[in-house]
Design a binder for this molecule. Sequence first.
Ligand code: ADP
Ligand code: F6P
Length: 324
Amino acid sequence: MADQVKTIGVLTSGGDAPGMNAAIRAVVRTAIARGLKVKGIERGYMGLLHEDIKDMQTRDVSDIIQKGGTILGTARCPEFAKLEVQQKGADICRKHGIDGLVVIGGDGSYRGAQALARLGINAVGLPGTIDLDISCTDYTIGFDTAVNTAMEAIDKVRDTSSSHERCSIIEVMGRNAGYIALWCGIANGAEDILIPEEYDYNEQTIINHIIAKRKIGKKHHIIINAEGIGHSNSMAKRIEAATGMETRATILGHMQRGGSPTCKDRYYASVMGAYAVDLLIQGKTKRVVAYKAGEFVDFDIEEALAMQKEIPAYSLEVSKLLSL
Ligand code: ADP
Ligand code: F6P
C-alpha cells in the first residue's frame, strides 16, 4: 500500500467561482484536523511553477467562507499542457513535500491534475466553475451563486424593459455551455433563450416570435443570450430594425463570477473539500469529487473527462411552453 499522504497542497485554477473559498477552508481544516500539513499554492498551476507556495494553518482560512473569489488567486497557465512543464510541476510538489494535491477548477484544471497524478503526485479534483459544464456532476461550485446573481440582475432589466415596452437581450456567461442561460431563462420568465448547444442562428425565428408576442399584448420581450453565441449588441440593432420594437442589449459579464456565495455553494463546497482530503487519506488518487443523484461521490478523472452531459431537453421544452 502507498505511504499515507502527509502534506496536502491546494490550488484554484481557471475562472474563479463563489464557494471556492469555502472549499479551500474545508480542505485546510479537514487536513489539519486529520493530522496532516497543508500548503496553499497561489494562482493555480502558474503559482506552482513559480513556487508560490505557503504553509496554511486553520486561522489562515478564518473569515473567508462568506467571501467570493479565491484567497489563493487563480490563473490560466496554458503551458501546463506540456509534459516537460508538468514534470517541473511534479518535481516542485516533491521539493515542497506535497504528496497529495487538491485542484479546484473545471475540466481544464482536471487535466492538469490528471497529468500530475500520472507523474506520481496523488491528486483529486473538485468541480469549481460557474458554468455547470462538468459532465460527471449535477453540481459545480459557484453555479448557484452565479445564477442567482444573474437572475436578480435580469429582474431589474425586466422592470425597465416593461416600462418602456422594449425588447431586452441579456447576455449571461457560458462560452460553451448554456446552463446559466437556461436556468435564468426559466427563472426570469424569458421569452427566448439562446444557448450554444442548440441555437441555429436563425434570427428570423426570434423576430417572428417578437412580432407574435406583441400581437397578443406582451409589453416586453426578454431574450437571454449565452456568451457563447454573443454579439448581443449587433443582434439588438438587427432585431429593432426588423420588428420596430426598441431593443437594448445588456451584457452581465464578470459580475456573475463575484459576490458572496449562496448557502448551497458554501455547504456543497465545504463537504466536497472535506471529501477530497478524505479520499487522499484513503490513498486514492486521480479522482474527482462529484454530486450525483443526491449524493457526494467520486470518479476516476479519466472516466469523468470522458463523460458527456447534455442540456436537459425537458427543461428546454418547458422554457418554451412557459413563455406563451
Ligand atoms: P477550467 O479549469 O475552468 O476548465 P481552463 O480550461 O482555462 O479552465 O483550464 C485551467 C487551467 O488548467 C489551464 O490554464 C491550464 O493551466 C490547465 N490545463 C488546461 N488544459 C490542460 C491540459 N490539457 N493539460 C494540463 N493542464 C491543463
Ligand atoms: O468558466 C467560467 C467563465 O466565466 C465562462 O463562463 C466564461 O466564458 C469564461 O469563464 C470567461 O473567462 P475570462 O475570465 O477569462 O474572461
